[in-house]
Design a protein around this ligand. Sequence first.
Ligand SMILES: [Ca+2]
Ligand SMILES: [Ca+2]
Ligand SMILES: [Ca+2]
Ligand SMILES: [Ca+2]
Length: 295
Amino acid sequence: MKKLLSSLLVVIVVASIDICEAQNNHSVKPNDTLVIFQSKELPTIDGNENDPCWGNIQWQPIDQTWIPYGDTVGRNDYFGEYKILWSKKTNLLYFVVKVTDDIFVDGYRYNSDPKKGDFYYNHDMLEVFIDEDHSGGLHVFDGENEIGKEWGINSANAFSYHMILDSPNDRETSHSFTACDLAGKSWDNYSIADYADHFQDFAMHKNGSEYIWEFSLKVYGDTYNDNNKEKSRVKLTSNKKMGISLAYCDNDDRNEDPKTRDNFFGSVAVPREANNDHWRNADLYRIVMLSGEIK
Ligand SMILES: [Ca+2]
Ligand SMILES: [Ca+2]
Ligand SMILES: [Ca+2]
Ligand SMILES: [Ca+2]
């Protein structure tokens, strides 16, 4: 009896630890390696997931509510998932991301001067975070001294692509977007970069409240320099490890001024104290591994 009681206790303790750590039943943790298969055929980047190569790949969730932390939202308000493939031939990563969002709040207008632009993250927007060498660490600025310690010494240590565009009309597709990210040396001396040309192809298709984002991405290393991009372009190879997370900013109020995001959803479970860290720190990006296996 005593033995039974103690094993019951162990079960209860383990179960409650699990409840504390997991924000929901499908939590993916940063260390749960995502194997990215090679693509036999390349997907057509048209905002349609019907390419045979996508059919062979499993959906991955973007289901962790980072803001407000642990919040639950209805399936109609937001639902998101993604797939990734890679190609040796084109040296590109391919993504398809399916998002349900009841109200699409767009209207962001890009300006490289942060004083003149709107805050992009208060509009509906997809984010892709990539740390090519899975180094982790800070990546906001090319900072020196104290700034470097707090915000990073190399902004190219990892990229956070804030992908934003106006919604196409229903059953139509858009091919142009902005990929915003911070660049510069400090909060006194920075700009909003547009890295849209890091994406070889891009499409977003609207079908009612469902949005299919499909795109291909070039991968750059941490020696990246805007004036000589190709020099830091990384050759994708089998068994290569990287850090990649995806996230979605959801705002559902078109009329508010100023706009404020309602929710921020991410593809990995993170602790409460790191609920909004991806944009500045790559430590908790999900580990991915490029597989030699062709699907
Ligand atoms: Ca397609
Ligand atoms: Ca929504
Ligand atoms: Ca890095
Ligand atoms: Ca929305």
